[in-house]
Design a protein around this ligand. Structure first.
Ligand SMILES: Nc1ncnc2c1ncn2[C@@H]1O[C@H](COP(=O)(O)OP(=O)(O)OP(=O)(O)O)[C@@H](O)[C@H]1O
Length: 227
């Protein structure tokens, strides 16, 4: 599903964020990416979304070489990747229903189908009664659930989560992780960047550890090793 071959990224000012990353993530995997601040995790996500180009090396998603992907094909690539962030990024002036429906309207789904899909997603994330609430009426954990519902409503085969529990307390963090695990069980490949040591150790999933732009370990059922 994802393959990187000797990928480097140097930012202006000669900042070497990635210094030669090679890795493979298969369809259906659940993977944590951990590492100190500045080790290149967010850079990796931006490359996968083709928000920028690597300085060298090749990235494949579903056997497609992103470097060869035409600009007009990029929206389709991004529709196949659900993304959630630490700060939720919900539209504050839209209610929960509208926040999730928006992703479906963009792909031109008919209204009846949108309604069905949005309600199914709200059920999946455990918020079937919150369709009419606005983001500021929800707790952080609930907002992250809505963000997850939005990320998944178009049924992407891949979900990238960048510090999804960074703003949550331990209880909500754990619930979000369990939800990510359930989503993974339904077949979605899940890649989670996190600093949450306790969760990584508890979940016993594959752990890729980055340090200063390189992968320093890749454990099948790993714990949290850096520090
Ligand atoms: N647009 C940019 N221009 C220059 N340097 C950048 C840019 N974006 C990131 N960097 C640098 O690249 C390195 C990797 O950054 P990146 O954001 O990928 O790290 P990270 O592992 O995601 O960190 P964190 O855990 O704090 O989010 C850092 O040294 C950072 O300062």
């Amino acid at each position: 599903m994802i393959a990187l071959d000797q990928v480097t990224k140097t930012y202006p000012g000669d900042v070497k964020a990635l210094k030669g990353i090679s890795l493979q993530i298969k369809k259906g995997e659940f993977v944590f990416v951990v590492g100190q601040s500045g080790s290149g995790k967010t850079t990796l996500f931006k490359l996968l979304l083709k928000e920028m180009e690597p300085t060298s090396g090749t990235i494949y998603i579903n056997n497609k070489n992103l470097g060869r992907l035409r600009r007009r094909r990029v929206p389709k690539l991004r529709r196949g990747i659900g993304v959630v962030f630490q700060d939720f990024r919900l539209l504050k002036d839209r209610n929960v229903y509208e926040n999730i429906a928006f992703a479906q309207q963009v792909v031109g789904a008919p209204n009846r189908l949108i309604k069905k899909n949005v309600m199914a997603m709200l059920k999946l994330v455990g918020l079937p009664d919150k369709a009419k609430s606005y983001p500021n009426e929800l707790s952080g954990g609930e907002q992250q659930r809505v963000a997850l519902a939005r990320a998944l409503v178009n049924n992407p085969p891949l979900l990238l989560a960048d510090e999804p529990t960074g703003n949550l307390d331990p209880k909500n963090s754990w619930e979000i992780m369990k939800l990510l695990e359930a989503i993974n069980m339904r077949g979605t490949t899940v890649v989670v960047v996190t600093h949450n040591k306790e969760i990584v150790e508890k979940m016993q999933k594959r752990v890729i550890t980055m340090s200063e732009g390189v992968i320093i370990s890749d454990e099948r059922k790993g714990g949290y090793i850096y520090e």
